[in-house]
Every structure is written in C-alpha cells, then in structure tokens.
Design a protein around this ligand. Structure first.
Ligand SMILES: CC(C)(COP(=O)(O)OP(=O)(O)OC[C@H]1O[C@@H](n2cnc3c(N)ncnc32)[C@H](O)[C@@H]1OP(=O)(O)O)[C@@H](O)C(=O)NCCC(=O)NCCS
Length: 163
C-alpha cells in the first residue's frame, strides 16, 4: 500500500492561537526531534516560549503513518509582510527524497496566504546540504555574518521574493 504524506500547520496568532495551544503535544513532539537531531537545536525553554508568545509563528509538518517526517518553523511579521524561516528539518530517514521541497512549498503557500512578500533566513555556511537546498528553492544569497553561530561559525543569509 502506498504511504500518504499528511501536511498540517499550526499558527500561534489570531483565531488560530487556540489550536496552537491545544496542539501543544505535537509541538512538543517536534521540539523533541529538534533537540535530539538538529545541528543547532533550540533549548527546551525556547520551545516552551512558543506557547506564551504573542508573535505570529507558523509551524508546518509532514507526517506519515502518524510519525513526523519533517517540520518547518517560520516567524511572520505582517507589518513588513516578511517571513523569517527559523528552522526546516527532514528526519534523516527521509532525506534526499524531495520531502524538504514538498514541505517548503506547502509552508510557502501558507505564508503567501498570510500576505508574505519576502522570506529570509540564515544558515551555517558549512552546511552544504542546506545551502544547496535553499539555492534549489530559488533563495538568493545576500551576505555573510561572521561568528553568527558561535566562534568561527559563519552564517550566510538568503532571501526569496514571493510573487
Ligand atoms: C536541508 C534539508 C532540509 C533538505 O531536505 P531533503 O528533504 O533531504 O531535501 P530534498 O530531497 O527536498 O532536496 C531538494 C534539493 O536540495 C538539494 N539537496 C538536498 N540535500 C542535499 C545534500 N545532502 N547535498 C547536496 N544537495 C542537497 C538538492 O539540490 C536537492 O535537489 P535534487 O534532489 O533534485 O538534486 C535536510 O538535509 C535536513 O533536514 N538537514 C538537517 C537540518 C538542516 O540543516 N536544516 C537547514 C538549516 S535550518
């Protein structure tokens, strides 16, 4: 039987806030993946802060048979019509199968429906997979920020203009 990937998203703002709070269990599941497997994980406190935030976060995920395969976290600023992609992560088992592209396209659509005109992000310069991934998605490199991730760990910034 063919497995179906299910996309869902949560939003921390406006009418969707109650759903965000009600889904704190799945948010915590994503936080666990981040903490265990991400190169630059957030602390537990940073994840917990998402439950009290009054900012507009969008958390998209792809699941298969109830397991989280991938997630992306974006902070959206409606006044600047600007999205800041904070994290995108595909579980190691599912990498290089275009799951990341699929997830991003869906999160991009949610952001566009919110009114986003531009997305920007930072990524560690040495993270070749992620740099190639963003370039493939059409992100354009802007500049280099020294020591962004700690001593000697440089970031590249990228942006994507949306139609
Ligand atoms: C970066 C990441 C999200 C890519 O997800 P993915 O599902 O494996 O990527 P996709 O299969 O959708 O690949 C899309 C394109 O990205 C590029 N790409 C992805 N992984 C790559 C790799 N390991 N090496 C080189 N290019 C890569 C390729 O251009 C690829 O297109 P192609 O298959 O037609 O050549 C994934 O590697 C990941 O979760 N990494 C750890 C977390 C991370 O570093 N996140 C980004 C920083 S916040």
């Amino acid at each position: 039987m063919r497995s179906i990937n299910r996309f869902s998203y949560l939003q921390s703002w406006g009418e969707k806030r109650s759903q965000w709070l009600a889904a704190s269990e799945s948010l915590w599941e994503i936080a666990q993946l981040d903490i265990q497997l991400f190169i630059n994980p957030w602390s537990v406190a940073q994840w917990e802060e998402l439950l009290t935030t009054d900012q507009n976060y969008i958390l998209g995920s792809l699941q298969r048979r109830g397991n989280i395969m991938a997630f992306a976290l974006l902070l959206y600023n409606p006044w600047e019509e600007l999205g800041h992609l904070l994290k995108i992560f595909v579980h190691p088992e599912y990498r290089k199968k275009h799951i990341g592209i699929d997830l991003w396209q869906k999160v991009q659509k949610v952001s566009e429906l919110q009114g986003a005109k531009r997305i920007y992000l930072e990524v560690e310069k040495s993270n070749h997979a992620a740099n190639s991934f963003y370039q493939k998605l059409g992100f354009v490199s802007l500049n280099e920020v020294s020591h962004f991730y700690g001593a000697g760990r440089c970031a590249l910034t990228y942006h994507l203009i949306l139609n």
